[in-house]
Design a protein around this ligand. Sequence first.
Ligand code: BES
Ligand code: MN
Ligand code: ZN
Length: 488
Amino acid sequence: MTIPPEIHFKDVDLDAIAAAKGKIAVFIGADGKLDAGARRVNRLTRKALTRLTESDAFGKMDGGDIKTLAYPMGLAADAVLVVKLARRPDMTAARKAGAQLAKAMGDTDLLVVAGRIRRADEIALGLALRSYKFDDHKTGDNADRGAVTFMVSKAEEVAKSAGPMGAIAEGVFFTRDLTNEPANILTTDDFAARLAAMQELGLDVEILEEGDLEKLGMRTLLSVGQGSASPSKVVVMSWNGGGDEAPFALVGKGVVFDTGGISLKPAAGMEDMTMDMGGAGVVAGVMRTLALRKAKANVVGLVGLVENMPSGTATRPGDVVRSMKGDTVEIINTDAEGRLVLADVLWYAQDRFKPAGMINLATLTGAMVVALGHENAGVFSNSDDLAGAFLKAADVEGEGAWRMPMGKAYDALLKSRIADMKNVGGRAAGSITAAQFLQRFVREETPWCHLDIAGVASVKKETAFAPAGATGWGVMALNRLIADRYEA
Ligand code: BES
Ligand code: MN
Ligand code: ZN
């Protein structure tokens, strides 16, 4: 497991700066004024910072940008990282500055001379998030990251407010690890074992095996996994930090690999389908964060874990299966498998938990990537209230999300000649017809959102807070939604 760097907060001790090893970071606002820490660095380096603030280069720096002064005289450190940042940065600016520090610090120790700068806790979160590296499968060059120390005034207070942020970083890292992990390692068994290990954090974790799913009548879910050597499972994680109120439910698509099944995908790019469990990965990451920060809320996370493979036992196009709800589905395309998994898990979640609200996450459709690219996830909902609350939380966390339409006319595209519905609605509005399919398994009285994260769960280019690969999109927004709605 990739663990976020340990970040220590201690009170300002200007006399410790000269001897600090590794790198030292200081902050200078756009006005070029130096705080006490920067003044000390400036004096020790015989005014290197003054030369920088008086240069044209400083004027051209954006907020959050860093200039590296290498091997400065007067200091034991290898480099001074000068961060241009307002003394009262907003949350996003603080996190971005932290992310830039993570990139600039390399593998050495880092002393961040933050002093009285506001939101040092958010700077630390940005630093932690951007320091993620998935190098479990690289032999050799995976040197340990250095220690990070923030020198701040009122260190104890800052350390306390940074506590929940450590829980967030760990949840996001957990999601990223799961999503990046190749499918020969993250099998359904391995995935379930990683979730079961979270019992140590105080979560209840229950694993439903194929026999249990058969008894519950989850035939649409089982039809997806029946061509694979790996057994299908549903894992239920419960965090009961609230009172006796009904829980909020999070449901994730956990297709550990999606070949398309008999409706086989083309070879080019198929390796990307190792991330087709990204929805389940986000649910797992949120549950981890909630447990680590001991959230005062009741939340249940359910994931359907299956592998979609072609074989002699696989589902054929044209097969008709019965869902746990009782409705029958004509499987026109075995590559539209995520909705079959979710149909049964959504129904089970409502049947068993009568949740106050429910959000599902899934890398559900390629059409979502066509519509919104890698900037925004699609938000589909039967509730303006829940959708609005989620969009707000996502906006605050800087996780792109955009509401999509739904409606009867789209639902009508799912009509089947021989069963209650087909599992695909044709090429037009592919993401919306997928959402309509899911909604058939949502009770009218359950406020519900479907988040199609096909475009955002894993990306080819680095983002502000993650290297290329899994982003952990959604962990922070959902954690905030739960905090705002149930803990405020
Ligand atoms: N897992 C895919 C969707 C996907 C595509 C996720 C690209 C991430 C990136 C899903 O199971 C799928 O194959 N959907 C089909 C649906 C179609 C057969 C109606 C698709 O999008 O092509
Ligand atoms: Mn598919
Ligand atoms: Zn899929």
